[in-house]
Design a protein around this ligand. Structure first.
Ligand code: G3I
Length: 364
């Protein structure tokens, strides 16, 4: 087995820079599987429908996919009681054609809420719970055969002082319409409804800004641990923690701190997944594309190796290419110097970059 790994690693390493060879080399999904790991990525159905090259690349690289927007409330239930599963069904179709597993993202979030939802939640706790239960049970019934792991709740931990856009609270939970409508028990409520609806579904709590060696991230890690321990102390069903991994290279990173955090979640009996990794470059860019890509790969490698050392075994990037990333399209995170972030394994022309070679080495 060791010889095989080295052979595969050698293949993958060489192939990363010679595109024709890449087609024959094992994909990241194969390398990761041999190592007992899972690699995947987020997809966008509208792009998959029009870009066969990306479909082929995703099929070769990803063992698991997640819809970037198709599983959110504003798409699934745009009006009260009217569900639209077509975009998510497109994600499922592509995944099943490529023999990929599918993650669901996300049943409860305070973003991507359709206009009717916040007013409905404000009608009172009984109505709010009924709205939540109808959504979760309807979505899980529709997707039960195809999706066996859902981000049940997303981004529920209050953003501490010292972080971007801190929340005006010293509590552990973000002040969202969900907290306002249902109180601090809303997370447990959502998890219990999901477990009741589908006892064998993996229930994941997904969160961001948990990796850096900063005051804000350290506070957020402690807040998450308090919330998770509280849920588990009340025998609340919870199977996994998703650490998003939207990395910012401006942030200092000490592997041992992050490894200890991942390990502490693992020791609570929870699986830990990296669910949305991509990399935002620092304001001051390296002088060449090759140097930029090498720096991105190095930062991501330190993060992923630390996660592996802590017990993480599932890794998804938030897209495979620089071309389609929110890091390019979202004004809140796009660069303002006329450059575009190079935070993915492939560039805008679907050519492999140093990060793709780094992932191959990590999984070998
Ligand atoms: O809803 C339309 C749909 O009808 C249309 O067919 C489709 C294609 O044009 O676009 C859909 O709209 C946009 C969608 O992205 C696809 O581009 C939505 O208006 C837009 O709000 C949505 O943005 C997504 C955002 O979450 C909000 O849902 C981003 O793609 C996605 O990258 C971002 O992802 C979040 C994670 O869910 C949570 N973690 C942070 C991450 C980055 O913000």
């Amino acid at each position: 087995m060791r010889l095989r790994r080295r052979t595969l690693a050698g293949l993958a390493g060489v192939a990363a820079f010679h595109r024709p060879a890449l087609a024959q080399a094992p994909g990241l999904r194969d390398l990761a599987r041999i190592r007992g790991m899972t690699f995947g990525t987020a997809v966008r159905s509208e792009i998959m429908e029009r870009d066969p090259a990306l479909v082929a690349l995703t099929a070769r690289e990803a063992a698991i996919v997640v819809g970037e927007w198709e599983g959110k409330w504003d798409v699934l239930q745009p009006e009260r009681g009217r569900f639209d599963f077509e975009p998510l069904r497109a994600v499922i179709r592509h995944a099943q054609a490529a023999n990929q597993r599918i993650r669901g993202h996300t049943l409860l979030w305070h973003v991507a809420m359709p206009p009717w939802l916040a007013p409905a939640l404000a009608e009172g706790p009984a109505q709010a719970r009924a709205v939540l239960e109808t959504h979760i049970t309807t979505v899980l019934a529709e997707t039960r055969a195809a999706i066996r792991d859902w981000d049940v709740v997303n981004e529920v931990i209050a953003v501490p002082p010292g972080s971007d856009n801190p929340d005006p609270t010293d509590g552990d939970l973000r002040p969202t319409p969900w907290l306002q409508a249902l109180g601090p028990g809303y997370i447990e409520t959502a998890l219990r409804i999901a477990r009741q609806a589908d006892p064998t579904l993996r229930l994941t709590l997904n969160e961001f800004d948990l990796y850096a060696d900063t005051r804000g991230a350290n506070t957020k890690r402690q807040r998450l641990l308090r919330v998770v321990r509280g849920l588990l102390d009340r025998n609340c069903p919870l199977d996994a923690i998703g650490i998003q991994g939207h990395l910012q290279m401006r942030d200092p990173f000490r592997p041992e701190i992050f490894t200890a955090f991942v390990r502490s979640l693992h020791e609570l009996g929870l699986a830990v997944l990296i669910t949305e990794m991509d990399v935002r470059e620092p304001d001051q860019l390296a002088p060449t594309l090759e140097a930029r890509d090498a720096a991105v790969a190095e930062y991501a490698t330190r993060f992923l190796q630390a996660a592996i050392d802590g017990g993480a075994r599932t890794f998804l990037t938030w897209g495979l290419t620089d071309r389609d990333s929110w890091l390019v399209t979202d004004p809140g995170v796009a660069r303002r110097d006329g450059q575009t972030h190079r935070g993915h394994p492939y560039d805008a022309e679907l050519r492999p970059k140093a990060l793709r070679a780094a992932l191959a080495r990590l999984f070998s």
